[in-house]
Design a protein around this ligand. Structure first.
Ligand code: EPZ
Length: 421
């Protein structure tokens, strides 16, 4: 088990480059099996989740090679429509191959990924969308099975703007004859990136980023070369790393309009954020900060994937702040760990009440999931003395070279492998 040892109190200074988006790369990799020609994906982050998705595609018979940050995928000879449990349990987002398989092969069997630390992660909205397109979905023995029956485009209204359901339905509809409209669609930038990727392969999709997406089914999809958008959540995480340490950090390769909610919230607190040629400068000064409230919402609202990191920051600001988590039912696993560092946080259902104090104290804490782990590292960067964060494998799922990037910015942080037990 890997752990980080962090000695807090050093203001971070310097410049780093933000990597390609994990949550854009994963659906785009899934969509690559819809083409029977070569697909080239650039700016791919080197992450555990990307390696697992590559395994999933190879399980289906695709050829996947990686040269630095470029993925070359050839699904000419995919020979299976079954994604086994051993893969889907490793990473939930592998369920995104369901829509791609239904589109390409008109049948699919995907083992249910199951829940994770932040919630049960159901797929009812995905299933309802597939069924509206005429795919018969059965659920047996922990597998979701889909088969084309009388498939044609249709109008689909999502009860909730689910990112995964929007992406899965978009992929299935892209190769389903007729016109499909997805209403109350997720508007995340990663959905727009997937639309652009599919259109470059020959799909006919309009409206991603708005609340209704129109998809005209086509016969087949061809080759494409695509560069993945920067990771807005990694950018937000490093913005807080600068703010929480009263640092002065320059982030390059950032799409500013993807992180307006984070920029405006940090500015409201008193962090100086300036924008210049494709990058951001974040200057922190703890003397200026005042408490603030956040409420997570679907894009373009405040992103749930930034909630744990913000909670760490708010815990170090004198005064009372409120955090309302409206997206996932159990995304407060980091709270008890922050309290071990001296944070004063009370949970009432989906609301966390934070009584911030100047400093947190170092402690031994455990990461329960990806963003909770990032939040604990941020808390350690500002805490007095040493903080030990265990469960770093969660963090490596979604942050490329986080240790090197933090070290480049002057953080006092080391990594050690601990034998389990
Ligand atoms: C995507 O997950 C992201 N993952 C998540 O990022 C992100 O937190 C989430 O969107 C919300 O923005 C990837 O893109 C790989 P949802 P997804 O479907 O698609 C409920 C990270 O840290 N729901 O929008 O699974 C669900 O239970 C990860 O990088 C249903 O009820 O999220 C949840 O409460 C964590 N039925 C809410 O919707 C369904 O069929 C949002 O889920 C589907 C979802």
């Amino acid at each position: 088990m890997e752990q980080f040892n962090i000695w807090g109190g050093t203001p971070l200074k310097g410049q780093i480059r933000i990597s390609g988006s994990k949550n854009s790369t994963l659906p785009i990799m899934a969509a690559s099996i819809m083409s029977s020609e070569e697909v080239i994906i650039k700016n791919v982050p080197d992450l555990e989740d990307v390696r697992v998705m590559a395994l999933a595609l190879q399980e289906l018979g695709a050829k996947v090679t990686k040269e630095k940050d470029v993925l070359i995928i050839n699904s000419k000879n995919i020979n299976s429509s079954e994604l086994p449990e051993k893969i889907s349990r490793k990473m939930r987002a592998s369920n995104l191959v369901m829509g791609a398989l239904l589109g390409r092969l008109k049948n699919a069997q995907v083992a249910y990924p199951g829940g994770c630390a932040i919630g049960s992660r159901p797929m009812d909205l995905h299933v309802k969308g597939f069924e509206k397109l005429g795919y018969v979905i059965t659920e047996e023995y922990g597998y979701m099975k889909g088969k084309a029956q009388d498939i044609k485009g249709n109008e689909i209204m999502l009860d909730f703007p689910s990112v995964g359901a929007t992406e899965n339905i978009m992929m299935a509809a892209a190769l389903t004859p007729g016109t499909t409209i997805i209403r109350n669609a997720a508007r995340e930038p990663e959905v727009v990136d997937l639309q652009n990727f599919l259109n470059r392969m020959g799909a006919n999709i309009k409206g991603a980023g708005l609340d209704a997406i129109r998809i005209k089914g086509v016969e087949r999809l061809g080759r494409v070369e695509h560069t993945v958008i920067p990771d807005r959540i990694e950018a937000g995480t490093f913005m807080i790393a600068s703010a929480i340490t009263s640092g002065d950090v320059w982030l390059e390769n950032v799409v500013v309009e993807h992180i307006h909610p984070v920029i405006s919230k940090l500015s409201e607190i008193g962090v100086m954020v300036s924008v210049a040629n494709g990058g951001l400068r974040i200057v922190g000064n703890r003397k200026r900060y005042k408490p603030s409230d956040i409420k997570t919402m679907p894009y373009p609202g405040f992103p749930t994937d930034m909630q744990p990191q913000f909670m760490s920051f708010l815990s170090t600001i004198n005064g009372t702040s409120l955090v309302v988590e409206t997206i996932f039912e159990n995304r407060f696993m980091h709270v008890q760990e922050l309290c071990r560092m001296g944070a004063d946080i009370k949970i009432e259902g989906r609301v966390a009440i934070i009584k911030g104090s100047d400093k947190l104290e170092g402690a031994r804490v455990e990461a329960s999931d990806l963003r909770a782990g990032a939040a604990l590292v941020l808390a350690g960067l500002s805490a007095i003395d040493e903080t030990v964060v265990t469960g770093i494998e969660h963090i490596n799922r979604g942050y490329e070279n986080i240790l090197e990037k933090l070290t480049t910015l002057g953080a006092k942080i080391t990594s050690t492998q601990k034998v389990d037990g």
